[in-house]
Design a protein around this ligand. Structure first.
Ligand code: 5GP
Ligand code: MN
Length: 343
């Protein structure tokens, strides 16, 4: 049993005892984040008459908009007053798909100082102890899958909107069933199938809805920007401002690009770096023994999962490739001498 009867009972009781529920997720929300928060929102609305809103730090990629067809999600970055008001007035805050409050960026202090009861539903290692009820395991594909098992365990009806959201979150976090897949993940997929969820429509929205410029940006990154370090079994791509402008880059356009280099047989670690106004955004992936969670904690001011992590660095964009190479070299030496054949 992934979610215990006691946790599910306690969770349902907390929801039923609340009048104003606010569901929150992390900065730069991905499919799992948007999927879990909207899936939860739809379930709560079908369960009871509590007011229920979703507040996210900022918007995710456009292709996830189908999970919020009425445009109800409040983005704190654009609507700080409204977001702060909702959080302050809440009597229950449900935090989803992050393990530390700092991942909510500007919302952090409002959540921390709120007197609302708090629930954390997450699948990252070492969750921070800020919630009254923490439902967390790393032995699962995604926060969306964990939410599925939680809702199932309550014994209450799961509406179609929740099925669509939670399936989308699970599908995106597993990279369409290619990583972090557990037996329970397929079981969830099977139960979703029984509900006759329109999977084809979800696939279309999520996987086959690139803009032309996004597709061409991918080509540019692969052809001209990808650099390989054979002795480290690693690859890096840096997407600087100039490239972003050239391809009319929008938030989310480079989603998944960090996975591309892992398709190369001899690449086990991939780094994707995005230049932003104030820092370089870091995305790291591994398909071997290297923990990019540990790598990110040590050198990139972040963390995440063993094979998918992120962070930030504060250096000029021209120095990023070198920094990545040097960091990985040091890290590999620190963890076990020279794990790869270093020539
Ligand atoms: P992505 O590369 O898709 O942006 O992030 C991959 C994973 O790394 C996320 O699911 C999240 O767990 C983690 N992550 C991304 N950025 C950060 C960050 O700035 N700090 C921490 N602690 N984790 C991050
Ligand atoms: Mn997730």
């Amino acid at each position: 049993m992934i979610v215990t009867k006691e946790s599910a009972r306690a969770f349902k009781a907390m929801v039923l005892a609340s009048k104003r529920v606010v569901i929150v997720g992390h900065l730069n929300p991905d499919g799992d984040c948007v999927g879990s928060v909207t899936g939860m929102k739809s379930w709560i609305r079908s369960l009871c008459s509590a007011e229920c809103s979703v507040v996210l730090p900022n918007a995710g990629p456009d292709y996830l908009n189908f999970l919020d067809p009425q445009g109800e999600i409040v983005y704190f970055f654009d609507s700080k007053e409204k977001g702060a008001e909702l959080i302050s007035a809440a009597d229950l805050i449900i935090a989803m798909d992050f393990n530390t409050l700092s991942r909510t960026e500007w919302m952090k202090e409002y959540i921390a100082s709120s007197t609302a009861r708090k629930v954390l539903i997450d699948h990252h290692p070492s969750p921070e102890a800020f919630a009254d009820l923490t439902i967390s395991t790393t032995e699962i594909s995604s926060a969306s899958e964990l939410t599925w098992w939680l809702l199932k365990e309550t014994g209450e009806e799961i509406p179609m909107e929740s099925c669509i959201s939670l399936y989308t979150g699970m599908m995106t976090d597993t990279n369409n069933f290619s990583n972090s897949v557990f037996a329970s993940t397929f079981l969830m997929a099977s139960q979703i199938e029984e509900r006759k969820v329109d999977r084809e429509k979800i696939q279309m929205n999520v996987l086959n809805s690139f803009s032309e410029s996004r597709m061409r940006l991918m080509g540019k990154m692969l052809l001209e920007k990808m650099r390989i370090f054979p002795h480290l079994k690693a690859a890096v791509m840096v997407m600087d401002k100039k490239t972003q402008e050239e391809f009319n880059y929008k938030e989310g356009d480079s989603e998944g690009f960090v996975n591309l280099a892992l398709k190369i047989a001899d690449v086990e670690v991939s780094g994707f770096f995005t230049e932003t106004e104030n820092y370089i955004k870091v995305s790291l992936r591994s398909k071997g023994a290297v923990s990019v969670n540990a790598l990110s904690r040590r050198f990139f001011n972040g963390g995440g999962h063993e094979r998918a992590a992120g962070g930030r660095i504060y250096i000029p964009v021209q120095q990023v490739e070198e920094y990545f190479k040097n960091s990985l070299e040091s890290f590999l030496k620190e963890i076990n001498g020279t794990p790869f054949d270093t020539k």
